[in-house]
Design a protein around this ligand. Structure first.
Ligand code: GLC
Length: 477
């Protein structure tokens, strides 16, 4: 029997003799390919620290390590109504955020789903659609009485923009490059605050975009409103990234007057781009194949081993290989397994969630969602084990990243420290939280570990944008 010891919390128990020798051999190989040894972990820790150092110095190598211009920490007592826009993936949200003080927030929000075609349109079309959507939301909020019918000044809006950008101040963000499937390439190198503002102005929508933050920065700010001890904001969803409070004296690429003006600043790491030259992470044949199929090969390599946009595709490529070898599903494939991005990561969550001995739910997913009607128990065990390997590796890598970030500020670790996390992977992928936690704690050691707590910072990006808008103006909507 293959030893299934990589994911101690999995509810999966291998059944004796259920798997064929070929299947056992395939799983053993996969297990080796997907394992992160202690030696690799040490390399990742060094590599990430090095990439962070380069980014903070602005050498042009390593991570972007973008200064957010969010300084200072929330007390949780701030009050008022603020508008926020959250744009980071296929869904767009506009929120009317009510900070009530005493760490309490309530929120009205409108959601809009982008069509796939908008992701390839010109920037004016994309931002025009966003402006229209803001207008619709404001009209609704006026109708139900959450906003006054008429306004005397422009409404301020905090904009969460979850893509790599360069900031010179709180109200500007120049897109470095799209990630997560957006291909509106004419926006590269442009200030997205100005682009959105122009579309709002052209339509006579009286809104002023006065702050822009990355979603990790927003999540950290929002987490700080609930727990002032928050030190890191982490996103584990379609993409992955982290932000944390760095001492300004270490951000040597900042102008001296900015360094002198505040002790700390939130840094948006853009950690998804770690190891883009593929020197450190133990990438498998499946990672490399998946990367080569994406529109941005050799970019976002760390992200591609961790986040929701990619895990389904890694699963598809593994399963497809073994279908083609006749090792599973009796050698029969389906449209979903034959098509690039044919398997959504949400199905992986469903597969891993099945703790029954016959893996009936796994069979249902394979049949109803993935086009494989007839499966044996061995097929289902195989599919579940593959899911487990992919998910465990992702969580372990994210956990290593968080430990590295926390250890940058050892000065904070002898007191309680909170990591605010948002994203579907963290919220819904079975065992992810526990696996990631274990990985972080192993590197932190018991003394520091006991002070670190992970909390779900739901809707953090919207709330954080509202807080940034408040900081920028202090004028209530
Ligand atoms: C991608 C984006 C980054 C964002 C992350 C999570 O990595 O580049 O800006 O924070 O996804 O949404």
């Amino acid at each position: 029997m293959v030893e299934f010891n990589c994911s101690p919390l999995s509810r999966y128990q291998p059944l004796p003799n259920a798997l064929s020798p070929e299947q056992e051999a395939a799983l053993k190989t996969l297990q080796e390919q997907f394992s992160i040894t202690d030696e690799t972990t040490a390399k990742i820790v060094d590599g990430l620290n090095n990439a962070m150092d380069h980014g903070l110095k602005g050498t042009g190598e390593g991570l972007l390590m973008e200064p957010s211009y969010v300084t200072g920490r929330s007390t949780g007592q701030e009050q008022g109504n603020y508008l926020a826009l959250d744009f980071g993936g296929s869904n767009l949200r506009v929120c009317l955020v009510n900070l009530q003080g005493k760490h309490i927030v309530s929120m009205e929000q409108g959601k809009h789903k982008f069509s796939d075609s908008i992701k390839k349109e010109k920037g004016v079309v994309l931002f025009g659609q966003i402006a229209d959507f803001i207008d619709t939301f404001l009209t609704e909020q006026r109708q139900i009485g959450n906003l006054p019918k008429s306004q005397e000044t422009a409404l301020n809006l905090g904009f969460t923009f979850s893509f790599p950008m360069l900031q010179q101040h709180l109200a500007s963000g120049v897109l470095v490059r799209w990630t997560k499937g957006f291909e509106n390439f004419d926006v590269h190198g442009k200030d997205v605050v100005q682009m959105l503002q122009k579309e709002l102005d052209d339509r006579g929508i009286w809104v002023k975009v006065n702050a822009i933050v990355n979603d990790t920065v927003g999540t950290l700010a929002a987490s700080g409103y609930a727990n002032p001890s928050s030190q890191v904001g982490l996103i584990l969803g379609t993409g992955t990234n982290a932000a944390y409070y760095e001492l300004t004296e270490n951000i040597t690429k900042l102008k001296p007057e900015v360094i002198n003006a505040s002790k700390e600043m939130i840094i948006n790491m853009e950690w998804g781009a770690f190891d883009d030259n593929k020197k450190i992470l133990p990438l498998t044949e499946f990672d490399n194949k998946m990367d080569s199929l994406t529109w941005n090969p050799n970019q976002q390599i760390f992200e591609k081993t961790i986040s929701g946009y990619y895990l389904g595709e890694i699963f598809r490529l593994i399963i497809k290989k073994y279908i083609d070898q006749g090792i599973i599903f009796n050698g029969k494939s389906s449209n979903q397994f034959d098509t690039f991005e044919g398997v959504d990561t949400a199905f992986l969550s469903q597969i891993l969630d099945d703790g029954s001995s016959e893996l009936k739910a796994v069979g249902e997913v394979l049949d109803k969602s993935l086009g494989i009607p007839q499966t044996t128990l061995a097929d289902r065990i195989f599919a579940k084990k593959v899911t487990d390997l992919i998910g465990f590796r992702a969580a372990k890598l994210a956990g290593i990243g968080i430990a590295v970030v926390l250890l940058r500020r050892k000065d904070l670790l002898d007191k309680p420290v909170t990591v605010g996390v948002d994203g579907s992977l963290y919220e819904f992928f079975p065992f992810f939280q526990a696996w990631m936690n274990g990985s972080t704690r192993k590197l932190l050691g018991p003394e520091y570990s006991k002070n670190v707590k992970f909390t779900l910072s739901k809707d953090g990006s919207g709330i954080g944008a509202a807080l940034a808008s408040m900081t920028a103006t202090n004028i209530k909507v």
